[in-house]
Each structure stands twice: as C-alpha cells, then as structure tokens.
Design a protein around this ligand. Sequence first.
Ligand SMILES: [Zn+2]
Length: 273
Amino acid sequence: MIEYFLPILITVLLIGFSIGKPYWKEHQRNKVKNRPFKKEWRKIIQNRMPYFRQMPTDLQLQLKQHIQVFLSEKSFVGCNGVKITDEIRITVAAQACLLLLNRKTDYYPKLKTILVYPRAFIKEQQTINADGVQHTQKTALAGESWDYGKVVLSWQDTLDGAEIPDDGRNVVIHEFAHQLDQENGKANGAPILGKRQSYQCWSAVFSAQFEQLKMLANTGSPSLFDYYGATNPAEFFAVASEVFFEQSKQFYQQYPKLYRQIQQYYHVDPLHW
Ligand SMILES: [Zn+2]
C-alpha cells in the first residue's frame, strides 16, 4: 500500500508547493514593503535622484517599496576593494526600481547579484581574426548585464550617471533595461510587452528608429541617442530607456511615436515629472 501512497503524497506536496509558492512570495514581499523606510535611505534617494521629489507621491511610495523588496532579494558584492555601503545599495536599487513602477513585476527574477567595481572594469574577450588567429581583446566597461544572475557596475560611472540626471546617460538604467529585455531570453530589443501593447506596432516603430540611428551614426550626424545604440536592437532599447527617463522632453519632441511606445511599456510618463 505504501508504495502507492508515497508517490501520491509526494505529487500532492509538489503541486501544493508550486501553487503556494507565488502566494508565499507575494506575502513575504508585502511584509518587506510595509517595513518603515529609513530616513537615511530617503536622503540618499533625494541626493542621488534629483527628480524623485518631482515624481507623483504615489510613485515615490511605490519606488521606496520596490527598493525594500529589491534590497531584500538581491545581494551586492564589492570587487577590487569596493566596500558595499547603503549609499551604493540605495543608489543602484533606486534607479533599477525606477523601471518597475506602475506594473506587475517579479523584480528581475533571474538576477541574484550586483557586482560593483570602483571604476570602469576590463573585460577580456577571445576573438578570432580573418586569418583564424585568436586574439585577446580588452575592453573597458561601465556596466554589464548577464543573461543569468548578474549585473556588473562601475561605481564611478553609476555616480556620474546619477549626478547629471538630464544628459541621457545612466549606466544603471541601461543595464537594468537589458535585464528586462533578457526576461524572455537573450536581449534583442523586444521585452515582454503588456497585454494592451502590440508587438507588431512596437517592432515597426522601434525598427524604423533603430535604422535611422544607424544611418546617423554612419554619417556622424547629431543624434539624441548615443551612437552606441546603433550597435544592435538590444543596445538601442537600453540607450532609448536612458534617454526616456533622463531627456523625456527632447525624446518626445523628436520621436513622439517611439516615446509613446516606450511610455506604454514603462507605464510612467517622465514628461510630467
Ligand atoms: Zn548595453
């Protein structure tokens, strides 16, 4: 009898666990959100995110709650001598959570760890040239988003990005936009859209602007978007996200269709902050 009973019991427990897990997670997150938000943390946000005070109060509250969940679920690791402080954790979390406002979110589910380097870090990549000879290429990076588990950031670049909130450059927004894009596989400039948004429309508007940026980059013409966005659609999405949050006015004036697509995606409208 036991040989029948045991597998049934295990199956029932497994089903119960998989059904109950999301509710348990939600319950835990609500508990974390309801904890009092430290005054020192609020000061760090105000210092590092100048437009925080201009945001509608319900978004300010949401942001603080998201930061609490983010900090309770992600770990920070200092590299090359960086000592992780609240200043680092809050500055990164606040900008990362800016991308999660006003919608259902699972808080970058694949991400476990944020590695923080003092300044731009060197990445070595093996490349093979036309003659088939292997080379080691060294590139200095301000940030990097892995498909699974990690975001790497330069603290100096993070500070620079936060300090000037209207220059359209923000490494944290950039790397976390990649994380969102990576939720449905490799980053490709097509993140998971909300129910009311059409992939067809996204793709048409997005591709047209991407092609235009490639052309501007090729001819060296002035562009609101950094030429780096012309590298591939994934980089274009990340660069457009930086400009959306930091130069919303210019973005809307120059590219209203793309602005509306990205605004629908992020469910916020920084034009009115
Ligand atoms: Zn990138």
